[in-house]
Design a protein around this ligand. Structure first.
Ligand SMILES: [Fe+2]
Length: 361
């Protein structure tokens, strides 16, 4: 095995039901000067939720983030510009993202843009962020994306027709508050599709050629927890599984850099059909039985056990331009496709083959 990349993880986390009660103290420890504003980006799902007892103080800013679609570079620029205008010359003492992967990623991206000039798309890529971001706390309210501990923040760029994040050590959260009680109100389908994102990240990594021992072990642990949750004797959303899913997401997030064939096809579906990420992954895996036979079979059992359906025909009757965009939006992801299929991935997943996979979904 070669030497791993010099790897940064989240330095601090709290885990357990009720951990959210400590958020105020964590933010207060950062308030220097004492009137420095703290910024909260919160999923609009919680706009009226009584359980969100936010520890807001006088100068703080609360921004609800519309998560009906995933973050785009334009959304992020708008959020960052609005915040800069409101704060003037002041810098926030802390940015807290409270929500699913979209909100966690949006908060990460804005924190980078407050201390780095230019636009979000300038930083889509690897190690392009030059200055440390504003201190940030992540509070996931939905488990599975691994956004709470990844070193990226996935942003859709329609102009360049790609989904790519700001891969940087500066993107990593400084503190996490992992409170499984916050996930009790997640709709069941969403819990399933998002939870399975962890399963996908980890088995894609296990089946790929870019490997290292830590990622292998983390992936195996996260896959085992996912099997317990989605194929075990209990209900996937019973109390202990809310915590298990949060832990699986965290472990999987640390292993999530090396995706395979599922994520590129999922990205194509999200770009063209605007499918949410977790659901798009499921459609992608549903068509990849020959590349991932074991995981495909497990996934079909998970669907059945948890009574989740994937209506077929989502890519039926699209225009030639749309099929071409699906192909381009998938095949552009060379790194994960090479990880899964080797340098000849373009021959294995030819335009004709990919188009027929989409038509079969
Ligand atoms: Fe993912």
């Amino acid at each position: 095995m070669s030497v791993t990349r010099n790897t940064k993880n989240v330095p601090y986390y709290l885990l357990g039901s009720g951990a959210f009660d400590q958020l105020g103290a964590l933010i207060d420890a950062r308030r220097d000067p004492a009137d420095a504003p703290a910024v909260f980006y919160v999923d609009h799902f919680f706009r009226d939720a009584a359980e969100m007892r936010l520890p807001l103080k006088k100068n703080d800013k609360l921004i609800f983030v519309d998560t009906s679609s995933e973050p785009t570079v334009e959304n992020i620029d708008a959020l960052a510009d609005a915040l800069k205008e409101e704060l003037g010359t002041r810098m926030p003492c802390c940015i807290t993202g409270i929500g699913g992967g979209s909100v966690l990623d949006a908060a990460k991206a804005v924190a980078n843009l407050l201390s780095n000039p230019g636009k979000a798309e300038d930083y889509q890529g690897w190690d392009l962020v030059k200055n440390p971001a504003v201190y940030k706390i992540g509070v996931p309210t939905l488990s599975g994306t691994g956004a709470e501990c990844s070193r990226t923040c996935v942003l859709t760029n329609m102009r360049r027709r790609l989904k790519l994040g700001m891969n940087s050590d500066f993107t990593v959260y400084d503190q996490l508050v992992l409170d499984p009680a916050l996930t009790r109100t997640v709709p069941r389908e969403q819990f399933f599709f998002t939870g399975l994102d962890t399963f996908m990240h980890c088995f894609e990594s296990q089946r790929g050629s870019y490997r290292n021992v830590i990622v292998d072990r983390l992936s195996a642990a996260a896959v085992a927890v996912c099997k317990d949750i989605f194929l075990g004797s209990g209900d996937m959303m019973e109390e202990r599984n809310l915590e298990n899913m949060m832990v699986a997401s965290y472990l999987g997030g640390m292993a999530a850099g090396n995706t395979g064939a599922v994520h590129p096809i999922s990205a194509g579906l999200s770009i063209v059909l605007h499918l949410p990420h977790g659901k798009a992954n499921c459609y992608a895996l549903s068509a990849l039985a020959d590349i991932y036979p074991i995981e495909h079979a497990l996934f079909m059992k998970m669907l059945e056990k948890n009574k989740i359906t994937l209506p077929s025909g989502i890519c039926r009757d699209l225009t030639d331009e749309q099929y071409e965009a699906l192909y381009q939006g998938s095949i552009i992801h060379e790194k994960p496709l090479t990880n899964a299929l080797g340098p000849e991935f373009g021959t294995i997943l030819s335009r004709e083959r990919l188009t027929s996979l989409f038509k079969a979904m």
